[in-house]
Design a protein around this ligand. Structure first.
Ligand code: ZN
Length: 464
């Protein structure tokens, strides 16, 4: 039984001091931020009297994590061996996933999710878009409350103190063209009617979570028919809508066989894709498709660590960026959780692919660390349906970096972001604040020990 309660409420009103801050219009020094009721109330710059213990600290807006399956944190480190003599792939990994979740209870999912969310905060993410598809009992029937597990995930987010964009997933088919579901998918399935009820219940679970957003997620073009996809868009038309797409070559081949179109090509032709959409992965796209995603206003949801871990492939950035495309990053399978690692691997995968440096940097000059960070912030905001920024009236979601002593007065402020993204990662993170509450101190979540104990109990139960 997981013993998770809500985190301590943040003090109603307080003032924080920082040596520097990256504000929407650029860097500022000697900054005071007033916080009231979880929101930024006022920001003052060039203040006298910043305390010596705070003057070395740099504050930036926390990043949204635009794609996660929190329960998969339970499999992290447990699938790194070869399963098939012929070929190990995403598809053999998926079989391990189906086995892992066979007996997991709602309490187990809550315990695993709480640790995953705590680790996201430790890694610099202050909000998570939780793409939640585990809905039913192991026998495949709905719980009395059809959003039982979604509710446990919402409680876990509340306990860890991370902002939540909950995306209940609609999953009905086992392959393109309305194929029947396969063994192992029983816990994911809904009809449009049962999903509508699940969505209502999920919203009720989130009512008491400050700043929570509830959107929808058709799982993939494999898992929904054309008609079901059209219906999904009507459920919550003003909220985020996320879909897995073009992650695997086999998926592209199956889509071509079914429709004579590639997945992204098909989606852009048959759905009204706009800025509410997040196309997760979009790995196997051609230049025309990537240009058209950019034109649509949809965000490309890139998950470099998971895409590397699963052997998916590389989303090619240059044409997409040139067309003004937005992207964000997500921790997806949560095999390891760190915002800086995601940004670094995204850039490094481009360098390996194109055999040149600083690919994110489409202009000459400027810091690649800052460009990666700011791009992921903008894409993450849009995909999560929020307006995260360090400005009055916005949620006080802040990442506090403690630069190393190597950085000297001659270095630019941007060097702090370069150091975080390219060299130190989590070691740069001193504090993480969400809605004005300090959830991470000296790099560690304030409730990590308790969450770890609950996580280990849940894992033992699932694996025994
Ligand atoms: Zn995913």
């Amino acid at each position: 039984m997981a013993r998770i309660q809500a985190s301590e409420p943040a003090p109603l009103s307080h003032t924080l001091q920082f040596g520097r801050a990256l504000l929407p219009d650029g860097w500022a020094e000697n900054v005071e931020i007033d916080i009231a009721d979880g929101l930024i109330h006022a920001i003052r710059t060039d203040c006298a009297g910043i305390s010596s213990s705070r003057s070395s600290l740099t504050v930036v807006s926390g990043l949204p994590n635009l794609h996660s399956h929190a329960f998969q944190r339970g499999m992290s480190g447990r699938t790194e061996y070869r399963l098939s003599a012929k070929e190990d792939s995403f598809w053999t990994w998926r079989e391990q996933l189906y086995k892992f979740i066979r007996n997991a209870t709602p309490d187990d999912i809550k315990a695993i999710s709480a640790l995953a969310f705590a680790e996201m905060l430790e890694g610099g993410f202050t909000r998570v878009c939780e793409f939640h598809y585990l809905h039913n009992t192991p026998a495949g029937s709905p719980y009395t409350d059809p959003a039982e597990i979604a509710g446990q995930v919402a409680q876990a987010a509340n306990a860890a103190g991370i902002g939540l964009t909950l995306l209940p997933v609609f999953y009905a088919q086992g392959g393109f063209g309305g194929q029947p579901p396969s063994d192992g998918q029983e816990r994911f399935l809904n009809t449009l009617d049962s999903f509508s009820s699940l969505l209502d219940h999920a919203e009720r679970h989130c009512e008491t979570l400050e700043g929570a957003v509830v959107g929808v997620a058709p799982h993939s073009l494999r898992a929904v028919t054309h008609q079901q996809l059209a219906a999904m868009r009507t459920f919550r038309p003003d909220k985020p809508i996320h879909i897995h797409i073009a992650e695997q070559i086999k998926e592209v081949e199956a889509c071509l066989e079914w429709s004579r179109a590639r997945p992204v090509e098909w989606l852009l032709e048959h759905a009204d894709v706009d800025e509410h959409w997040c196309l997760v992965h979009a790995t196997h796209t051609d230049e025309t498709e990537r240009g058209n995603i950019a034109k649509s206003g949809a965000v490309a949801g890139l998950c470099p660590i998971t895409e590397a871990n699963l052997g998916d492939g590389i989303f090619e950035l240059p044409v997409f960026l040139k067309a003004g495309g937005l992207f964000g990053v997500g921790s997806d399978s949560n095999v390891s959780i760190d915002a800086a690692d995601e940004l670094r691997l995204l850039e490094y995968s481009q360098r390996l692919r194109f055999k040149r440096r600083n690919v994110i940097n489409t202009d000459s000059g400027g810091s690649s660390g800052r460009m990666l960070y700011e791009a992921a912030l903008e894409g993450g905001r849009r995909a999560s349906g929020t307006s995260a920024r360090l400005a009055p009236g916005h949620s006080a979601d802040m990442l506090v970096l403690a630069p190393s002593e190597i950085l000297s007065g001659k270095d630019t402020n941007d060097a702090i972001l370069d150091e975080w993204v390219f060299r130190r990662g989590k070691a740069s993170i001193a504090e993480v604040w969400v809605r004005g509450g300090r959830m991470v101190e000296q790099g560690r979540h304030v409730r990590r020990s308790e969450f770890e104990a609950d996580f280990l109990r849940a894992l033992k139960r699932i694996l025994d």
